[in-house]
Design a protein around this ligand. Structure first.
Ligand SMILES: [Zn+2]
Length: 373
């Protein structure tokens, strides 16, 4: 079934001369508004990528995280600190905290009597009978964290695979997808404890080295294309523009902004007889070749106006930074650019669209050009 909202979101501006376009005109128009929404906010992101200094014990100054008490956050801090002491890169800290959230809600669980799952104990619900250690050992948060990290480091490509798969490989859980839902909160907790370590480059060994523009962050995000932000999100001129336009050369790779699953891919044929394989125009309606990816945390990213049929289809799993297509100008478009949207709550409509510039800057993967420190 064709989804009307896509066409509406993009095509409603068809009467505006400078619609979805690349080139200097659009950039100039964006500048003229004096609008901050169009300006990439690289400044903020560069200063908060965690610290390589020793993470303090947080007993006296436990950060506040909604939904968690001080004891739970202290347990998270212990997990992070052990990771740092073992020189596990920050991506591992997020995976470990998300795993403990799923296994124990960050509570160092003792034996729960009849409710206990086999002989599972402690923050990671490790089982003495499976060789994780004695019951006393696995209830020691430092020991338990150490054992988790040792197992994680043996998983090939753990830093680039989806968090839930890395966690599942270590835990051998009966619920392999259960860890994914904890990723955003685990990221938030690690950031509060470390001052933004999720923005450290995923390849960095220590916290504090911000991801470069085309590197994936430890939180698992990367900008989808190397291009300046042209026409912005819901500007005065285009209040129904639900994303941003990233304008650059035709044919450059477009990449998945984070790991996830493609939930929709099609040629948005709002005009009869248009197959998306030729360039669109300001009078062509629709998104052209486009796709939507759902990420953990139920975020959805959308990529419009691709040059050809995307390299991935509905149901495919993608990793962060994986090439998904080529930048083009199919559909409602006046020049080569990527129209990029971010949606919350798993949505795909106007009601769920949020500002991609802010969203990506907050994750240490700001849109737009420019080097970060
Ligand atoms: Zn656009």
């Amino acid at each position: 079934m064709r989804r009307i909202p896509v066409s509406l979101a993009v095509a409603v501006t068809a009467t505006v001369a400078l619609c979805c376009g690349g080139g200097g005109l659009v950039v100039a128009a964006g500048t003229m508004t004096g609008g901050s929404p169009n300006k990439p906010r690289t400044q903020n992101a560069s200063t908060q990528c965690g610290t390589a200094a020793n993470i303090p014990t947080v007993k006296r100054d436990t950060p506040k995280v909604a939904g968690f008490n001080a004891r739970q956050i202290e347990n998270a801090a212990t997990i992070v600190k052990v990771g740092q002491d073992l020189e596990v890169p920050p991506r591992g800290w997020i995976i470990a905290v998300a795993t403990a959230m799923q296994e124990s809600s960050l509570d160092n669980l003792g034996h729960l009597g009849e409710d206990n799952d086999h002989d599972s104990l402690g923050l990671f619900q490790q089982r003495p009978s499976q060789g994780w250690g004695t019951p006393e050992q696995v209830r020691d948060p430092v020991y338990a964290s150490k054992k988790f990290y040792q197992a994680l480091l043996k998983v090939p490509d753990w830093q680039t695979m989806p968090l839930t798969r890395a966690a599942q490989t270590v835990q051998r859980s009966a619920y392999p997808d259960a860890y994914a839902k904890h990723e955003p909160k685990a990221t938030e907790i690690v950031d509060k404890i470390t001052g933004g370590a999720s923005k450290t480059a995923v390849t960095a060994q220590v916290a504090g080295r911000c991801a470069k523009p085309d590197e994936v962050t430890s939180g698992g995000w990367v900008r989808p294309v190397d291009a300046p932000v042209g026409s912005g999100y819901r500007t005065a001129e285009r209040p129904d523009h639900q994303g941003v336009d990233l304008s650059t050369r035709r044919g450059v790779p477009v990449r998945a902004a984070a790991a996830g699953t493609v939930i929709h891919m099609e040629c948005d044929k709002a005009e009869i007889g248009y197959n998306c394989d030729r360039d669109g125009s300001p009078s062509t309606p629709g998104c052209g070749w486009y796709l939507d990816i759902r990420h953990s945390g139920n975020w959805v990213t959308r990529y419009c106006h691709l040059l050809r049929k995307p390299l991935v289809g509905t149901g495919d799993k993608v990793t962060a930074g994986q090439q998904i297509g080529l930048l083009g100008t199919s559909g409602h478009s006046s020049g080569p650019h990527l129209h990029f949207e971010v949606h919350k709550n798993g949505g795909r409509t106007k009601a769920t669209a949020i500002n991609p510039v802010k969203f990506m800057a907050d994750r240490g993967a700001p849109l737009g050009e420019g080097k970060r420190a």
